[in-house]
Design a protein around this ligand. Structure first.
Ligand SMILES: [Zn+2]
Length: 253
């Protein structure tokens, strides 16, 4: 029944057949020589990843592209792939954007509003054209006693109030220059709940992204398909071959 309804919505909204796209969403954090640990990929390795994607015929898209596809019947390129970068580290600003630009590729960066421009986190001035800015919440990333944006407290009214204030602070930080920060949320630590989904949706977020492993299945005319999107994790030691094999089933399915 749900599928039948979606088909009717597609026909009414766009007068075109329903379509779906499988979109691998890659999860990076920092791109840096200096940082150590699993979360940091060197610029050389990052370029190897991009070259492999390019050679295999992938084309980067942004979350704005996905919203355009789902809500307005826009088109996506063949073999779309989306590159996300959590936390807003300096290295992404300093080197990843330039490397991606050389390959004609885009990045989607989830910034923590309260850390913008501080302590190894890039500012929102001089953001390159190929970099989309989305929300990683203003100050819920490491809130004491919380699990990312999920609160163990049963006081739902208070929870809703805190999320509302946090989203407003994020809007003020990012302003009109970065509208996707008010509509796309990458959950801190990937943690989410039915309640967090309900509240963020009521605040106007039309895309939510987790750390669940998988390839996103985005469907034209089905806004629901943009919620709790899974990703493919990319670590310091992930080789280009491993990355391509992690997203390869997309090609054959
Ligand atoms: Zn994070």
């Amino acid at each position: 029944m749900k599928r039948m309804f979606a088909g009717i919505v597609c026909a009414v909204l766009f007068a075109v057949p329903c379509r779906a796209e499988r979109v691998p969403i890659l999860m990076y954090h920092d791109i840096s020589e200096a940082r150590t640990g699993d979360y940091s990929v060197t610029p050389v390795r990052f370029e190897e990843h991009l070259a492999a994607l390019e050679n295999a015929g992938y084309h980067t898209v942004t979350f704005a592209d996905l919203m355009d596809y789902v809500y307005f019947g826009g088109n996506l390129p063949d073999s779309p792939v989306l590159l996300t970068f959590d936390d807003g580290y300096d290295g992404v600003f300093a080197s990843a954007a330039e490397i991606a630009a050389r390959h004609g590729m885009t990045l989607s960066c989830a910034v923590i509003g309260s850390l913008v421009g501080q302590n190894g986190h890039f500012p929102l001035t001089g953001v390159p054209d190929n970099m989309e800015i989305v929300s990683h919440t203003f100050a819920l990333h490491d809130r004491p006693g919380w699990d990312g944006a999920v609160c163990p407290d049963a006081d739902l009214l208070r929870y809703e109030q805190i999320l509302t204030e946090d989203a407003e602070a994020m809007r003020q930080t990012c302003g009109e220059a970065f509208p996707c920060a008010a509509s796309v949320l990458i959950y801190p630590h990937g943690r989410f709940s039915a309640e967090s989904e309900r509240v963020f949706r009521s605040l106007g977020y039309t895309v939510t992204v987790t750390c669940g492993t998988g390839i996103a299945d985005v469907r034209r005319g089905e806004p629901e398909s943009l919620y709790t999107l899974p990703r493919i994790s990319v670590w310091q030691n992930t080789t280009a071959e491993e990355l391509m094999s992690a997203i390869a089933y997309k090609k054959g399915s």
